[in-house]
Design a protein around this ligand. Structure first.
Ligand code: ADP
Ligand code: MG
Length: 305
């Protein structure tokens, strides 16, 4: 049975952490830590749509896990395990080897176990990962918690992946192929942030989701955006476009009170955070450059465009 030998060969490694039953039975078994809420999300990558067909399989494996861990981190939660639903056009052992290695490399880096899934044949290569994590009751950081007067912050740098997509072969392609889910920062922010989202479809659009859910607006200072040196060699219009409307950053965008911001800066952080604006009551997203209001219309990535 080809399906079972694929599972056994590539997706049945020993679990890292407290899993009661993993791959091999009809379902997996987990014991919820006491007083914790289950945090669960799913993301699908379709070949030719979310990555070019010839993408390195190791990178596809890494990214299919990373984008889900990023969603768990964006709730302030800690990821624990994933399920993998894989639809393959054919059995390609070289591809499966690279893919599973990339998937496990990302799992290992963040202490996550692959506990089950499904393997089927289909004309299109489709990878669907479900991630599970835990957080203390009522501590999850939602999109809807932004408050007037909050500072708006973002981790890392924005625009790198969008830049890399247009400059394939550039060293920044690492940021496109191997995004780093901000798991440590997300976990820390559950005690600081009022609202949070991970930036997958472009900062302007994703911040827009926080503003809409929280029924507030924002002033964003374009001069403060964290931009990589490679992008700074472009015109400011171009890098601002990548930073605000490019996708695939997988950084965390969050809001918090000025007091909590000061407290956060005293913590040991594994990634730089940058204050880029503040939350206002008028429900619009406003941009300021060199101290002056500037009119910009950006759209993020639209899945059904
Ligand atoms: P069932 O027929 O009961 O749905 P399957 O034959 O699909 O079970 O799967 C057998 C076992 O292998 C299950 O534990 C399932 O979770 C696991 N599994 C199947 N495909 C994958 C995969 N791609 N990655 C990880 N586990 C998988
Ligand atoms: Mg099945």
């Amino acid at each position: 049975m080809a399906e079972f030998s694929i599972i056994d060969t590539y997706f049945n490694r020993k679990n890292l952490n407290a899993i009661d039953l993993g791959v091999g039975d009809d379902s997996a078994l987990l014991t919820p830590p006491s007083q914790q809420q289950l945090v669960i999300c799913a993301d699908t990558l379709v070949a030719g749509r979310h990555f070019p067909l010839n993408t390195n399989p190791h990178a596809i494996g890494w990214k299919s896990v990373a984008v889900n861990l990023s969603d768990i981190a964006a709730m302030g939660a800690t990821p624990q395990s994933i399920l993998l639903a894989l639809s393959l056009p054919q059995i390609d052992h070289a591809w499966l080897k690279g893919f599973s290695q990339g998937l496990y490399d990302c799992c290992d880096q963040f202490g996550v176990s692959l506990i089950g899934g499904d393997t089927t044949q289909s004309p299109h290569l489709t990878i669907s990962v479900t991630a599970l994590g835990w957080i203390e009751q009522n501590k999850a950081v939602k999109r809807s918690g932004a408050q007037v007067g909050d500072y708006i912050c973002v981790s890392g740098t924005v625009g790198d992946a969008a830049f890399a997509l247009h400059h394939l072969g550039h060293p920044l392609q690492q940021r496109l192929d191997y995004p780093t889910p901000r798991c440590h920062l997300g976990h820390l922010l559950k005690d600081y942030a009022h609202s949070m989202i991970d930036v997958s479809d472009g900062l302007a659009q994703d911040l827009g989701h926080i503003l809409k859910a929280s029924q507030v607006g924002a002033i964003l200072e374009l001069d403060l955006l964290p931009i990589s040196p490679a992008l700074k060699t472009l015109s400011s219009e171009q890098y601002t476009q990548y930073a605000l409307a490019g996708g695939d950053d997988y950084e965390l965008c969050f809001t918090l009170s000025p007091k909590q911001y000061d407290e956060l800066l005293k913590q040991k952080l594994d990634i730089k955070i940058t204050k880029i604006g503040k939350v206002i009551s008028e429900q619009t997203l406003n941009f300021v450059q060199h101290g002056n209001p500037i009119l910009l219309k950006f759209n993020g990535y639209q899945h059904f465009a």
